[in-house]
Design a protein. Structure first.
Length: 184
């Protein structure tokens, strides 16, 4: 259910674009993101900082797209979000000596510090590449191709990256049987 909620705005953006145009789709994405954040606040009582950031970016870039009637703004939105996320991870490491991924996910998995560093830097690199790739598709292909890439290409590359990350991290995961967990 959480996965569907996370992709709710982009799926509605895609459907609205296919049915109408980029401007209607942008308005739908703004509304869907506001609804998503409202639902999270109501149901969970809290909204993660990155979700607030995403809401702010869709409102600013989506609003500029609609007001200026220029699709360039919405095409920049994923890149700005990717680069801000990567920048936050890099800034945490370089300026504050804090691994933000470890801070966010340390309770869910136990890894040695070198693995946390490798994971953090790989996400920084992934976000940097995704930002550049988004701009390349946005400004070298038509809007229909960009929208398809945004949904299928972006999510597909994210899935491949996450699987690769899981394979890398699997060597550091403790086997529950070895750790003395009872058999089910």
């Amino acid at each position: 259910m959480k996965l569907l909620l996370d992709f709710f705005p982009i799926i509605l953006f895609f459907v609205a674009f296919k049915m109408w145009d980029i401007y209607v789709a942008t308005g739908v994405a703004i509304a869907a993101t506001i609804i998503q954040i409202g639902w999270l606040k109501y149901s969970a009582g809290k909204v993660e900082p990155m979700q607030w950031l995403s809401l702010g970016i869709i409102i600013v870039f989506g609003g500029a797209t609609i007001l200026a009637h220029d699709e360039t703004f919405i095409k920049w939105k994923p890149t700005v979000l990717y680069w801000l996320m990567g920048g936050a991870l890099a800034g945490g490491m370089l300026f504050f000596r804090k691994n933000l991924l470890k801070s966010l996910m340390g309770a869910q998995m136990e890894l040695p510090d070198p693995a946390w560093r490798a994971m953090n830097w790989s996400w920084i690199g992934f976000f940097a590449v995704m930002g550049v790739l988004n701009l390349w598709v946005a400004f070298n292909y038509d809007t229909d191709t960009w929208v398809n890439f945004k949904l299928f290409g972006g999510l597909g590359l994210m899935a491949v990256f996450v699987v690769g990350q899981a394979l890398y991290l699997s060597r550091y995961m403790k086997d529950t049987k070895e750790a003395g967990a009872p058999d089910a």
